[in-house]
Design a protein around this ligand. Structure first.
Ligand code: PEP
Length: 258
């Protein structure tokens, strides 16, 4: 069954007060496409201002600590994200898995911490170019997924998976449609194996150099239920065409973030 599409922006380490203008523009223009769920994951320090600027629009974090509180200098707990106005968070982005050496176990704990307080989660997986070229991409990503997904999907908050080949992030390169279809199908099978029929409802997003010019083609691939977008999510001018492409390919039903 095709699911309602989710298009989420990942602002990474971009965004100061003056960029709230783009948050407002994106929220206002996204409202023209009620058949698509749209979210923006902004820097932690901007969440509260962004959430106040666009009531009812889904604002999220980009990471969360797995502990509820404690001696973790510089970190943000799931409850802090909720308190600031976030309704979702990314976990396990490859930039964090690499730079902060986050393991599958930590990513799983982060996802569980977020879901337990009602934050929806976009959990990222993806292979390096080396693994893609050595023919091990599918088995690597499926193993990463198996080690990172939460133990169960109880509760109201949504889990979504973002397949983001590391070599496609910010490079302008994307896998061919057949490779994306093969990976999303393998992810769907693993989700079904882990969660039974609930695994059918988990949205699988593609991420990596999604733009207005390639979005329609990507959204037409089976089991692509949306996109996680980095560079092209920073302005309404770049982001809204992606939302429009999702709307053009969309269906009724599915779960709704926010
Ligand atoms: C990302 O960082 O999640 C991402 C998909 O980036 P970009 O769209 O810029 O490739």
């Amino acid at each position: 069954m095709a699911l309602r599409k989710l298009v989420a922006g990942n602002w990474k380490m971009h965004g100061v007060s003056s960029d709230l203008e783009q948050v407002r523009a994106i929220a206002a223009e996204a409202a023209r496409f009620p058949q698509v769920d749209v979210a923006l994951c902004v820097p932690a320090i901007l969440i509260e201002r962004a959430a106040r600027a666009v009531p009812g629009f889904a604002i999220g974090g980009q990471d969360v600590h797995q502990a509820a509180k404690g001696a973790h200098t510089g970190c943000t707990s799931a409850l802090m994200l909720v308190d600031a106005g976030a309704v979702l968070t990314i976990v396990g982005h490859s930039e964090r898995r690499e730079a902060q050496r986050e393991s599958d176990d930590e990513v799983k704990a982060k996802a569980e911490a977020a879901l337990s307080v009602g934050l929806s989660v976009i959990l990222c997986v993806g292979e390096s170019l080396e693994l893609r070229e050595s023919g091990c991409a599918v088995e690597t990503v499926v193993a990463q997924l198996d080690g990172s997904v939460p133990s169960n999907l109880d509760g109201e908050a949504e889990l979504a998976i973002a397949y983001e080949p590391i070599w496609a992030i910010g490079t302008g390169k994307i896998p061919n449609s057949g490779d994306i279809a093969e990976m999303h199908s393998a992810i769907r099978s693993k989700l079904r194996e882990r969660f039974g029929s609930d695994g059918e409802q988990v949205r699988i997003l593609y991420g990596g150099s999604v733009k207005g010019s390639n979005a329609a083609e990507i959204f037409a691939i089976p089991d692509v239920d949306g996109a996680l977008v980095g560079g092209a999510s920073l302005t309404a001018g770049d982001f809204i065409p992606i939302v429009a492409a999702a709307a053009a390919s969309t269906v009724e039903g599915g779960r709704v973030i926010a």
